[in-house]
Design a protein around this ligand. Structure first.
Ligand SMILES: [Zn+2]
Length: 342
């Protein structure tokens, strides 16, 4: 099966559109990170270019065209992504992309162009793109991939047909983790799936035993009476760098780690108020009891706020090392400060 899991309704919708030859010239695929937008775009492109026996709305996966799409060498299939560590989509790259699109299809019936990182278009590259988007070359299909519709310039948004990719249900994620052999049991799969806000990519990362180990270390360290913030900051950065060289992967890992801390602090807050808490891991409760002895609700709320700030920084592509070190500094300082005597 080539289509990413969990989007059967969208697959059906596109099946109808393709069968009725009603494909739009430009689509904006929008949805959270790691739900399968890029994979969906590639599969659609592959299907439209497939020269073999495409069956049941699946590309054959074996013909020269399918293999070339996989290798990104098909003359009618273009993917543009921002360079690693770039903060914006460079206009030079956009011009190159537009140039490729202006050509007639070389082999296939379509010329397909996928613009990943549409979130990163700046005014200059977006403006360069507008004319192509307004008058796309015949038999071309443009797919822009973005995490948020709101981030897109109105001029871009209004020229694309919007396709929203919802977060994946925990059950679908759990099935995928099991199918990929990343977890040992259904119970473990569900437990992880519930922690990752509908993102398969996060679920895959969560299933990583080393990351779980680091999560434990991080939460225990924050709960300890005098956390060593310099060391913890360094370890956090190291863990993020282990996610690979690509900055998107590192950002995602950073978001996940920040979310671990936020969720843990929220559980502490509930515990302090005597509310029932569903612990993601039984060991969390022990750390939480330790932390709530010295941190009151105000302190915890302040620390949560620091986490949300850090999350926003990571999203805005502030340098990761700076954002993470600042987070650890702020959270440990907040949690270590003595509440004012009543
Ligand atoms: Zn094929």
């Amino acid at each position: 099966v080539s289509w990413p899991v969990g989007h059967e309704a969208l697959v059906e919708a596109f099946r109808g559109v393709v069968a009725g030859e009603r494909l739009a010239h430009a689509y904006l695929f929008a949805g959270p990170v790691g739900v399968g937008k890029r994979a969906f775009a590639r599969t659609l492109g592959k299907l439209l270019l497939c020269e073999g026996q495409a069956k049941d709305f699946q590309p054959c996966g074996r013909c020269p065209a399918c293999l070339q799409v996989d290798a990104e060498t098909h003359p009618d299939f273009h993917v543009a992504r921002a360079p690693e560590d770039a903060h914006e989509f460079p206009v030079e790259l956009m011009k190159e992309f537009i140039g490729q699109l202006a050509l007639k299809p070389a082999r296939g019936r379509y010329r397909i162009a996928i613009l990943e990182d549409a979130d990163m278009l700046n005014d200059e590259s977006a403006n360069a793109f507008l004319k192509t988007l307004e008058e796309p070359p015949p038999r071309s299909l443009l797919i822009l991939v973005a995490t948020s519709v709101e981030h897109q310039l109105p001029t871009i948004r209004s020229r694309c047909q919007l396709v929203r990719f919802p977060p994946l249900p925990a059950k679908v994620l759990a099935e995928a983790l099991l199918a990929e052999g990343l977890v040992k049991s259904r119970e473990q799969a569900l437990r992880l799936a519930e922690q990752c806000e509908g993102s398969l990519e996060s679920a895959r990362q969560l299933a990583d035993a080393k990351l779980q180990e680091f999560r434990r270390k991080l939460l225990d360290a924050l709960a300890a009476p005098r956390p060593d913030s310099a060391r913890l900051g360094m370890e956090l950065v190291k863990c993020v760098e282990e996610a690979g060289k690509e900055s998107a992967g590192q950002r995602q890992r950073a978001q996940l780690l920040i979310r671990f801390v936020t969720e843990f602090l929220r559980s502490c807050l509930l515990l302090g108020e005597g509310a029932a808490v569903r612990w993601a891991d039984p060991a969390d409760e022990r750390s939480a009891r330790q932390l709530t002895q010295r941190a009151d609700a105000d302190t915890l709320l302040q620390a949560i706020e620091r986490c949300l700030e850090a999350e926003a920084h990571v999203e805005r592509r502030v340098q990761l090392v700076l954002a993470l070190e600042a987070l650890v500094d702020a959270v440990t300082a907040t949690l270590s400060s003595r509440p004012a005597p009543a």
